[in-house]
Design a protein around this ligand. Sequence first.
Ligand code: GDP
Length: 298
Amino acid sequence: MVLNELGQSIAKALEGIKTANTIDDKVLDACLKDICTALLQADINVKLVMKLRTNVKTRANNADKGAGLDKRKIIEKAVVDELIAMVDSGGDVKTVELKKGQSNVIMFVGLQGCGKTTTASKYGAFHKKKGFKPALVCADTFRAGAFDQLKQNASKTQIPFYGSYTETDPAIIAAQGVEKFKKEKRDLIIVDTSGRHKQEEALFEEMRQVAESVQPTLVIFTMDGSIGQAAFDQAKAFRDSVEVGAVIVTKMDGHAKGGGALSAVAATQAPIAFIGTGEHMDEFERFEAKAFVGRLLG
Ligand code: GDP
């Protein structure tokens, strides 16, 4: 399913409801069939899709019992609510609560270019404003210039950082950085790991080693909001290697509607925590499921 096709297909299916003369079972079933097909094609978990279908049908049937209610509106709202529930809950993974004063270790993973380094710094800056004491560790030894980029962002946001120009083992750097900042009583130690252009076994092996050495409180999967179909497989490959606890979708300031994000949520079973909305350090927001679904269908 290509970019935005998911949102368009759902919007089109809802249009059928809006334009039908009467809403009988046949019209509703046809609409739900189209919505479910679109969701399944976007690799959304079949259980979640069936749940949406059942819940919308129940609400539509209940509408029949109440006189004077606008069935069209009820169905439309039910679909939107169910989509919101789908992206909001994420699935099985409980949101990790970060407590100030404890040494929370946050590990960022994702493909190269997805905005990982930028997002790690934004995440630090966001939490600094909330009273946390963040620190940044550059465990990306793969991309030349990664440490300099992190340093630059860290200086902009005035967050302490750690990295090395000579050490080549990311697991060692990560462990050193985390240890240093734990001693310094930083309570949000953010570890930026290296990405690759595509899912490669070497990347996953390295990620596992870094995770092993720093024992993260939370692993955040960062993904580019403009990827469509590839999102599910990509997210799943990461989740199969490390325990992803949250997703951040970047580059939502562009034309991307972020349909791929729904698939990433389905693949990781983890909720979307934040979105990136620009290149600057403060262009970062908490994820709002309602606004996201509105944009997806809009
Ligand atoms: P990494 O390879 O995953 O660490 O990616 P970088 O953090 O280096 O980001 C790659 C490019 O994407 C850089 O030019 C960033 O400025 C840009 N970028 C990151 N996040 C966003 C975002 O939310 N919106 C926009 N427009 N650009 C972003």
